[in-house]
Design a protein around this ligand. Structure first.
Ligand SMILES: [Ca+2]
Ligand SMILES: [Ca+2]
Length: 211
């Protein structure tokens, strides 16, 4: 092989390398995937408190049924080549209600840990959050939603107005809803009825605040 040929090969390789450098290690919102593997075709509801005293994802409830179900969310963060991105900071990933009804405390809806060597993280621990959303849930990485359909997860909270504290204002709202027509936002056990179980969860959350 002549020197010129070898040189042109080297140049080719360098160009390929620099093209690869342009997107390697950068999150790809299509390749990265979030799943709730145990949920199947159900939609689920998670009861939140600002102090993370609400439900773990492993103890979410089937929407309007109340049966406990494991709604752990798994996220795999991949670059444009499908290569895992390890060490992605937990606080740069979070959950958002499509209608913004769930209101997290600062970094309150982030996953449990930064991505591992396989680019994986998950949501199991309870969120620090309030507010109410009967809409679906987006997984967001550094401000951009994944290019997939949202997850069938809803949220409610004893912090009904989502101001970061469970106090008399929320008790007043709950009382108003409790004696009225059925309200998803007050059905903390999400079994489709408002009863003492929901009052118990309100009591459980009383005084809870964002960290
Ligand atoms: Ca409140
Ligand atoms: Ca209920």
């Amino acid at each position: 092989m002549g020197l010129q040929k070898i040189m042109s090969l080297v140049v080719c390789v360098l160009i390929l390398c620099s093209a690869a450098m342009a997107t390697a290690g950068i999150v790809d919102l299509t390749n990265s995937i979030a799943t709730m593997d145990e949920v199947g075709s159900y939609s689920v509801t998670l009861f939140n408190l600002p102090n993370a005293g609400g439900s773990a994802f492993s103890e979410a409830q089937i929407y309007m049924d109340g049966t406990v179900i494991d709604a752990t969310i798994s996220l795999v963060v991949l670059d444009g080549y499908g290569i895992p991105i390890p060490g992605y900071p937990a606080e740069d990933m979070w959950l958002e209600s499509v209608d913004d009804g769930m209101v997290p405390c600062t970094a309150g809806s982030s996953p449990d840990f930064p991505t591992n060597e396989f680019g994986e993280t998950s949501w199991v621990n309870p969120l620090n959050a309030g507010g109410c959303s009967e809409d679906f849930t987006q997984v967001v990485i550094s401000g951009l939603s994944l290019n997939q359909g949202p997850l069938a997860m809803h949220f409610n909270s004893a912090d009904m107005n989502g101001d970061g504290a469970v106090n008399l204002a929320d008790v007043g709202t709950f009382s108003g809803l409790f004696y009225g027509e059925y309200s998803f936002c007050a059905d903390f056990s999400n079994d489709g009825v408002l009863n003492l179980t929901d009052v118990g969860r309100l009591a459980q959350g009383s005084g809870a605040t964002c960290p």
